[in-house]
Design a protein around this ligand. Structure first.
Ligand SMILES: NC(=O)C1=CN([C@@H]2O[C@H](COP(=O)(O)OP(=O)(O)OC[C@H]3O[C@@H](n4cnc5c(N)ncnc54)[C@H](O)[C@@H]3O)[C@@H](O)[C@H]2O)C=CC1
Ligand SMILES: O=C(O)[C@@H]1CCC=N1
Length: 278
């Protein structure tokens, strides 16, 4: 479905690069059909174009007019300015996909004079290795075909699910930010291994396989995490001793609070960066 489409990325940071890398690896469309722009012409833009063979934007408006799908991948507080610059070049025959945290489809829609189909999506940076977990929803003017096209795009770089827009801030706090929670745990475990006398390389090798194996167990056995944890935990053994320290620190509840705070932050950013109010 996407093979002949032209994509324009408004913004060329971590998320845009992760998506571009994933899309090209999936061979969903040729690199020449992807254009990127940044606020200023930077070396980074040149680097992206050299690395991936994508088109480095020369004339933002003309290239946006020629695009089929415009992907908003600027920071939430830059969405208003970025859209102000190009809104006249976007029409109802195109489709906008925003990955900006917190920004509602209706606030993006209100920037255009036409009934532009808008999809709000929340992928994560694992798009880079085609392992994103993406949730998306359609705005007022997005029909089933637009949603299917967006699912097609995000399924090429991981898995995608369609949710109600009211759940998008929670998705942002859970799986949008999610990789960072796991990296944080990984950092802690590396530090633990080092402090217990293991060489760094050994820690890294063992932990990488441990995290990969645990994720694969969850995915392939379909068992509950508590059940899989029980299988590791011998009565009065090492795991029980380790987990009791985490329980004393109420670590599980801290994860719950972290995701709730991230969800709330997504809501706040949506209010503070609302492009409809600029
Ligand atoms: N980094 C992540 O893990 C995820 C980020 N997101 C969302 O993706 C969006 C981008 O985030 P990052 O890539 O992390 O940010 P970033 O700071 O790495 O990249 C932002 C890019 O936008 C460009 N930009 C700023 N103003 C612009 C303008 N007026 N016109 C064109 N380009 C402009 C900047 O030059 C930069 O290339 C955010 O809205 C964020 O909420 C969504 C999912 C995950
Ligand atoms: O930290 C952020 O605001 C972005 C949105 C989800 C992941 N990173």
């Amino acid at each position: 479905m996407l093979t002949k489409k032209r994509l324009f990325f408004l913004g060329a940071g971590s998320m845009a690069e992760a998506m571009i890398k994933g899309l090209l690896a999936a061979q969903l469309l040729p690199a020449e059909q992807i254009s990127v722009s940044t606020r200023k012409r930077t070396e980074h833009l040149q680097e992206l174009s050299t690395t991936y063979g994508i088109h480095r934007c020369q004339d933002k408006r003309a290239e946006i007019e020629a695009a089929d799908i415009i992907i908003i991948a600027v920071k939430p507080f830059d969405v208003a300015t970025a859209l102000q610059e190009v809104r006249e070049s976007i029409s109802a025959r195109q489709m906008v996909i925003s990955v900006a945290a917190g920004i509602a489809t209706e606030d993006i829609e209100s920037c255009f004079s036409e009934q532009v189909p808008v999809i709000r999506a929340m992928p994560n940076t694992s798009s880079f290795v085609q392992e994103s977990a993406t949730a998306l929803c359609g705005g007022r003017w997005a029909d089933q075909e637009h949603i299917a096209l967006a699912e097609n795009l995000f399924s090429a770089i991981g898995i995608s699910v369609v949710v109600k827009e009211g759940l998008m801030n929670a998705v942002t706090g859970l799986s949008g930010s999610g990789p960072a929670y796991f990296y944080y745990v990984f950092e802690g475990l590396i530090q633990a291994g080092l402090e217990c006398g293991l060489p760094e390389e050994t820690c890294r090798t063992l932990l990488l396989q441990t995290v990969y194996g645990a994720a694969k167990m969850l995915k392939t056995t379909g068992k509950e995490p508590a059940e899989l944890r029980r299988q590791v935990t011998s009565p009065n053994g090492t795991t029980m001793a380790g987990i009791s320290v985490l329980e004393q620190g109420d670590v599980l509840n801290h994860f719950v609070q972290a995701v709730k705070r991230a969800t709330q932050r997504s809501e706040e950013m949506g209010r503070q960066s609302n492009p409809a109010h600029v």
